[in-house]
Design a protein around this ligand. Structure first.
Ligand code: SAM
Length: 281
């Protein structure tokens, strides 16, 4: 259920790993179940607070029995109940099994997934969106979402068959930015058709890019930044549709930068230009 007012949730106490509610939550470790149930898990008080602050729909707050009485956890439980989520009080063994950690956090939240349709993206002047082609590594995706958030960019578009933005590993790596950064999923054909009406600059990044990334001139227009796959880089179908192909000049023996690092370098160069322009005004 999402939107509108929900009836307050209920508190349940569970001790067994074989309890059906626990089984359902543990199944969210698998993408198939996350997609089927349109849900995912976020661990720790900070992430759950971020999610509730930003209006995400909580289904269940899982709380360690040992954390009962902890002021922060009790407040969070009250918030989750008022928002219509259930509170599941469990032993450490159950929490460890849900989060797949030996030393689990005191709480974990089950939230509804949320994505933004491609057609709903309406970029304004100075907005930056990042499009990632077939990104495979959940740590890279989480780090990129965190960096998008920190750089003030607007969101991420996932093209083709990519790692799941709602996997536990990706969510962990976002450090809470999963709740702040809109995610769009699409395929190559739909992306290419949509790209035709992008009202600003489309910049691809490529090891053989013709332009130094500092010489492009990003400020003042919507920028769509296209990043290639970890192994194969940016394919010709996408590279050919860019207004510019940027290269980050490297030193040393490494043949390329890590995808998340390259995205960070690009985003903060775009931000640096925007800040410089603002300061001059
Ligand atoms: N073997 C791949 C190739 O030939 O492109 C390496 C891909 S690299 C690990 C992943 C992505 O990071 C690239 O597709 C590009 O988007 C970006 N990237 C990494 N280093 C870069 C650089 N020096 N200049 C521009 N983009 C870079």
């Amino acid at each position: 259920m999402s939107g509108g007012t929900r009836a307050p949730g209920r508190v349940k106490e569970v001790t067994s790993l074989t309890n059906p509610i626990v089984k359902d939550i543990r199944a969210l470790a698998l993408k198939k179940f996350r997609d089927q149930h349109n849900a995912f898990i976020a661990e720790g008080q900070k992430l759950v607070i971020d999610a509730l602050d930003l209006g995400w729909t909580i289904r269940t707050l899982v709380v360690a029995k040992t954390a009962r009485g902890n002021e922060g956890v009790e407040k969070l439980a009250a918030r989750a109940l008022a928002a219509g989520g259930d509170v599941l009080v469990v032993g450490e063994k159950v929490l460890g099994a849900i989060t797949r950690r030996d030393n689990p956090q005191m709480v974990a939240g089950v939230f509804e997934q949320r994505t933004t349709p491609l057609e709903k993206i309406a970029p304004g002047a100075g907005d930056v969106w990042v499009a990632l082609d077939r990104i495979r590594d959940p740590g890279n995706l989480g780090t990129i979402m965190r960096t998008i958030d920190a750089a003030g960019a607007k969101g991420v578009i996932l093209i083709g068959d990519t790692t799941d933005p709602f996997s536990t590993e990706t969510v962990r790596a976002t450090m809470g930015s999963v709740f702040a950064v809109p995610v769009t999923r699409t395929n190559l054909d739909r992306f290419l058709a949509w790209r035709a009406s992008w009202p600003g600059l489309v910049v691809g990044t490529h090891l053989k890019g013709a332009v130094d990334y500092r010489k492009i001139g990003y400020a003042g227009k919507p920028v769509l930044l296209l990043m290639g796959n970890e192994q194969q880089g940016l394919p010709d179908e996408l590279a050919d549709r860019c207004d510019a192909l940027a290269r980050i000049p490297q030193a040393g023996r490494a043949d390329s930068l890590n995808l998340a690092v390259a995205t960070g370098v690009m985003l903060f160069e775009i931000r640096r230009e925007a800040l410089t322009l603002e300061e001059r005004r």
